[in-house]
Design a protein around this ligand. Structure first.
Ligand code: 7TS
Length: 421
């Protein structure tokens, strides 16, 4: 059998290949050295790198356009407001939402989920009611629902998964009883890479009148998302994992739901009129955006989406799938290595453990070679418990990763075995 490495994988004709060398030039950080070696950045699930156009959009905004939004009558404030609202319409098109008022700017996925738990959740969940989550949720997902259930006397129910990391859909259906107020599941798991069959899951929930919130933090950077085709009721993602700035994220919600939800935080910009007796709230989306928003970061996110959408998406997805195949096939035969997560459909992410070697040691050896991996429980302790491991090493890919970088990862794992094994 021909060994799977960069050389064999790159034998395909160039016209059908994603031009990785070209896109890498757009990311200044990918040109730097770490520990004297070219950076190999394989921690994209934690945060992604930023193309020059995003960095320049932030720079241009602060250099030339900075002003507060929605309040000034002066030139710069009007410009900043127009740019901020243009960014909202950009996100609307990115998610294929029906209307830009359904796009709420928040700090990130965590804040989006807390917003829904504290508004929709607190107004709907009564003692004995249930929220259904999955066994592969990120804590930013579990904790707000737990806090909600504690406050309201509700109950958290968990969809189990099998050893491959696929959710058990029969069990899911059994959980959907009349007490369930919301299904809240991740679109893609950050620990396993599992892409859940969310469209099917939404249809099943809707047949029983139950709304669904999807955590898209790990999906939006890799797949086209169409909230209308999915028919989800809420969708969230983080700008910083989608090649944009930190401090900005999105909550999409169907207008009818957002309109009837109480506000999250009180403050400027979310009111129509206020007296000491009574406040009348502004219409959506302003109702959920109290105070000065992350204006520059919204504009940076617009630049990130522009960048992402200029790429050839089918070739990009095929490239990421090839990286995943390469990493899986090259790592799996290593003696003592156990892959965690082999779902039917995965994004570019591999989690693994090595017999007798702690994941942190793998991470440290890799780091010496300039390779950035995640080692630990990836903010997914329940997932680690499910697979009976304290921690894994995780490599998560983006479209700018190369097959040579996968070879470097495989070499680092061999070295860790020699040193610690
Ligand atoms: N949901 C999922 C599925 C995630 O992977 C993360 C972050 C979050 C929510 C939280 O996003 P934030 O932008 O609000 O922080 N996941 C990871 C990770 O896998 N490694 O570091 C952070």
């Amino acid at each position: 059998m021909t060994p799977l490495n960069a050389e064999t994988l790159l034998a395909a004709p160039a016209a059908n290949r994603f031009d990785v060398a070209r896109v890498r030039e757009d990311f200044p950080i990918l040109q730097r050295l770490v520990n004297g070696r070219p950076l190999v950045y394989l921690d994209n699930a934690a945060t992604s790198q930023k193309p020059r156009t995003v960095i320049e959009a932030l720079n241009r905004y602060y250099s030339m356009e900075n002003a507060n939004v929605h309040r000034g009558v002066h030139y710069l404030s009007e410009q900043a407001t127009a740019a901020y609202e243009r960014a909202r319409r950009r996100v609307q098109r990115f998610l294929h939402a029906r209307d830009s008022s359904e796009i709420i700017f928040v700090r990130g996925t965590t804040e989006a989920i807390n917003l829904v738990a504290n508004t929709y959740g607190r107004s709907r969940v009564r003692p004995g009611d249930e929220i259904v989550v999955s066994a592969m949720e990120h804590p930013s997902y579990i904790v707000p629902w737990q806090m909600l259930c504690e406050a309201q006397g509700g109950r958290l129910r968990v969809i189990p998964m099998n050893d491959a990391g696929d959710l058990l859909l029969d069990e899911y259906e059994r959980l959907l009883n009349p007490r369930v107020r919301l299904v809240a599941v991740t679109h893609v798991s950050n620990a396993l890479g599992t892409m859940n069959p969310v469209k099917e899951m939404i249809a099943v929930a809707h047949a029983r009148g139950i709304p669904v919130l999807l955590d898209g933090a790990q999906a939006a950077p890799h797949r086209e998302v169409d909230v209308q085709a999915l028919d989800c009721d809420f969708y969230t993602f983080s700008g910083h994992k989608t090649f944009g700035p930190t401090g900005i994220g999105i909550l999409y919600g169907k207008a009818a739901l957002l309109e009837e939800m109480p506000p999250f935080q009180g403050g400027g910009d979310m009111i129509r009129s206020v007296t000491f007796e009574r406040t009348e709230y502004a219409p959506i989306p302003a109702k959920f955006e109290a105070g000065t928003p992350s204006i520059a970061d919204a504009i940076g996110l617009e630049a990130a989406i522009d960048y992402l959408e200029r790429l050839d998406r089918p070739l990009m997805e095929a490239h990421e799938a090839e990286l995943l195949r390469h990493a899986t096939e090259a790592l799996a035969p290593i003696p003592g290595l156990r892959m965690i997560g082999a779902a039917r459909e995965k994004t570019g992410l591999v989690s693994f453990v090595l017999d007798g070697i702690h994941a942190h040691d793998v991470g440290t050896i890799a780091d010496r070679d300039g390779i950035a991996l995640r080692a630990g429980h990836h903010c997914a302790q329940p997932v680690m418990e499910r697979f009976g491991v304290p921690a894994t090493a995780r490599a998560s890919f983006a479209f700018y990763n190369t097959h040579e970088e996968i070879d470097a990862l495989v070499a680092a794992v061999h070295r860790a075995r020699q040193i610690f094994g």
